[in-house]
Design a binder for this molecule. Sequence first.
Ligand code: 13P
Ligand code: SF4
Length: 304
Amino acid sequence: MIKDIQDKILKLKKERGVCILAHSYMSEEICEIADFTGDSYALSVKAKTAPEKTVIMCGVRFMAETVKMLSPEKTVYLANPAAGCPMAEQFDRDVIEEVKKRYPGYAVVAYVNTTAELKTVADVCVTSSSAVKICRALPQKDILFIPDVNLGSYVRHQIPEKNFKLLSGGCPTHAKIEESEAAAVKKAHPEALFLVHPECRPEVVALADYVGSTTGIMEFAEKSDAAEFIIGTENAIVQHLQFRCPDKKFYPLSKDLLCHNMKITTLADVLNCLEGRGGEEIVMDENLRSQAVKCIEKMIEYGG
Ligand code: 13P
Ligand code: SF4
């Protein structure tokens, strides 16, 4: 059944010249039919370079918006229109404009998990894999980091010579894991290396052997000589790693590390989108797009 749907998707996407991009949190069956799977940074770069005229994003809305911003000439679909990222919606533009007035001269650094509107007030975007590199490279010493307080704290810790102002936003999925839970899982698996996404709380990140993006965590575990790992990010990564490295053992940091929004895209959504019966075409006002894309282009310039 799954194989039948996958075969239909592969045939249709070839016939119609469609590129399917999938975030690493997608299910194994979606990753198998994707042209490219990766973290937010790699997806942004791929969005710019993919030759196909039509792109289907299997991920959340800000990821599809990023593709559209970078390639306005392409037709871009979000495979499941209900897939949003709650962090991206946490602050609106007016609030950030007000905060900016209190911190004149600060560089505004926006996590890519933001709406297009919010990106218009940022100087540069970052992803979890590029945030430290980009904040370090910025000419400004003073940085207003929006919206993720946990990623911002991690970056601040890595660059003590700069001055960071953080807001109180963040990922509800990663932020709910407490230090005591992490300590208990580490105690239960004393031989395991602890790999953590920087969207987790600083107290959890402080216990990690490695901190990185979804792709960073996967690459670290695949290359490592260690045999056991605790995975401190969405549990899809535990499944992918167990599939790719059957001789190693992977433990979830918590059974609650599940992002509902990343889970709702199905193979059927992708097929419906290809057949013109589903998905949502991303339409963006050109004025908004041309303003918002500047900070993404800067991210790629600095991050490459
Ligand atoms: P990555 O950039 O690591 O893929 O993270 C995206 C995300 O939404 C993590 O929750
Ligand atoms: Fe957004 Fe968190 Fe889900 Fe990532 S895991 S898409 S940051 S809600």
